[in-house]
Design a protein around this ligand. Structure first.
Ligand code: COA
Length: 486
């Protein structure tokens, strides 16, 4: 009897467990009291709201973002990178473009006359295109319907452009309080917030250029588009997080990814080194071994490794004629002994001047020269094979030509061949993020305005009469008609 009492009292109470707590007497230490019956009924803290686990096979429930509609107001590279990723995860991405012109990259760096450039096609897969003059009355009416229909608006216009169009946050929020408005800008709030920014500006302003290159040379930009594509990636994560939060709150929110911030985030290790400088020289930088004093800021470190394991780029067989016959070699401490054996310096394993990482730091340049004398006798792939066999991390410098032909990348869909009606077949980088239950199928980019009718009719549900009116106004295309109407 004594065991049952506290359980009965709990069962009668309709109060939530948390509220009942203060009034509750300390539970007697009995078997029954130890079983938290009410809590046990809600194992995930979410009651019966959780759907049962699907029994459909892999990929059978659609893609990760199936059902999410994106109003894609992006152009050039940063924004389109973001919306392309969302499209690959299953979102319905509706790209809004200026009639007759479209995303400026359609015509930039053109290799095939009259066909959309690779610049455009490789950043706009899996999207639909509607042409719309957002500055016309009818264009804004269509945009209003789009805002009310979509979940996320993504844009990377110059600062203030969206507001100048009339699409202020307040207005969008009043039309659709659930809408997430996601923007890429060059800078966050501050002295530069009104500036237009392209990739290399961001690389310079975000700390990448000042830390890239050789110590005695000028700052360098990197080929990886860390400002544009990097910020697009950051924005995509912000959007998915905001969608996740909206599931709880029902509210949309603004998401901002500033290119300077994104680049700085990717240069995090250099801000680490900036603070380490206060406590002495950066011993893993080659400059330390060369007895060159450090200044007040993080220097350019050439090909030094950014981590705690020293590394350098070394020549391999054929380097005299092949600009990519090189390998990145990391002298990781735990594999120092196999390195010594491999390069024919077994005595370095026990020599106190070489046996410990600390002892090696001041002579890294000379050590890498010795390793290079060995790598120069082998191709980069031979070095890779020999090193990986004994767990030494190395990175062959792969050219774009080699990557394009790499069989394994084709097999995983990281490199895909896409067919296009006006330019024919071309290679693209597919979705680099693999989800085991959300299949990525890469489909070609849309032609300018290819889906205008489809979107007006099927997505926005305008009547034939309304569509006729929109078209007659020139809002979706024919600018001559528009001019005549005004
Ligand atoms: N209908 C009518 N007008 C449209 C339109 C449409 N469908 N789409 C765009 N426009 C207008 C804009 O409203 C803007 O007009 P406004 O200047 O009168 O307000 C105009 O087109 C140009 O937009 P803008 O973004 O200023 O283009 P830009 O070519 O001058 O600048 C960037 C390009 C990339 C420098 C600039 O957009 C920018 O700094 N973006 C943010 C950072 C960024 O993403 N940079 C990296 C790009 S990869």
């Amino acid at each position: 009897m004594a065991k049952k009492k506290p359980v009965k009292a709990k069962a009668k109470s309709k109060k939530p467990v948390a509220k009942a707590k203060p009034a509750r007497k300390p539970a007697p230490k009995t078997k029954a009291a130890a079983k938290p019956k009410i809590v046990a009924k809600k194992p995930n803290g979410n009651g019966s709201a959780l759907p049962p686990v699907s029994k459909k096979p892999w990929g059978g429930d659609g893609k990760a973002l199936t059902g999410v509609k994106i109003l894609d107001f992006t152009h050039v590279q940063s924004g389109p990178t973001c919306t392309q990723l969302l499209a690959w995860f299953g979102a319905d991405v509706i790209k809004v473009e200026r009639p007759g012109i479209g995303d400026i990259t359609r015509g930039q760096l053109r290799d095939v006359p009259n066909a959309d450039s690779l610049y455009f096609t490789m950043l706009n897969h899996n999207k639909r295109s509607i042409t719309l003059d957002s500055k016309s009355k009818q264009g804004m009416a269509v945009l209003e319907r789009l805002v009310k229909t979509c979940d996320v608006l993504v844009e990377n216009f110059a600062p203030g452009a969206l507001d100048r169009m009339g699409l202020t946050w307040e207005r969008i929020n009043s039309w659709n309080p659930r809408m997430i408005v996601a923007s890429v800008k060059g800078f966050g709030p501050g002295p530069y917030e009104d500036c237009k920014v392209y990739e290399n500006v961001a690389q310079c302003a975000g700390g990448s250029a000042s830390t890239t290159g050789f110590r005695d040379g000028p700052p360098l930009v990197t080929g990886a588009q860390i400002g544009d594509s990097g910020t697009g990636l950051h924005l995509a994560l912000g959007i998915v997080a905001a969608l996740f939060q909206r599931n709880r709150t029902g509210r949309g929110q603004k998401v901002l990814a500033a290119m300077q911030d994104g680049v700085l985030n990717l240069c995090r290790v250099k801000l680490r080194d900036q603070q380490r400088l206060k406590h002495g020289p950066l011993k893993e930088y080659s400059q330390f071994g060369q007895n060159i004093p450090f200044g007040s800021t993080v220097p350019r470190a050439g090909n030094d490794s950014g981590g705690g394991q020293p590394g350098w780029i070394l020549k391999c067989k054929g380097w005299e004629t092949d600009p990519n016959a090189y390998i990145y070699f990391i002298t990781q401490a735990p594999v120092w002994e196999p390195i010594c054996d491999l390069i024919g310096k077994p005595e370095w394993k026990t020599d106190p001047g070489y046996a410990t990482p600390g002892a090696r730091l001041p002579k890294l340049s000379a050590i890498f020269d010795t390793i290079e004398a060995w790598t120069k006798t082998k191709t980069k792939f031979e070095v890779m094979e020999a090193c990986n066999a004994v767990d030494i991390p190395v990175g062959p410098i792969l050219s774009m030509e080699e990557l394009a032909e790499e069989k394994s990348l084709r097999e995983t869909g990281t490199i895909v061949e896409v067919d296009h009606p006006t330019r024919g077949k071309y290679l693209s980088v597919g979705n680099p993020i693999k989800l085991s239950d959300s299949i990525t199928e890469v489909t070609r980019s849309p032609l300018l305005g290819e889906h205008t009718d489809e979107i007006l009719t099927k997505v926005l549900k305008f009547t034939p009469a309304e569509i006729a009116e929109i078209k007659a106004s020139g809002a979706t295309g024919d600018m001559a008609k528009k001019a005549a109407a005004e």
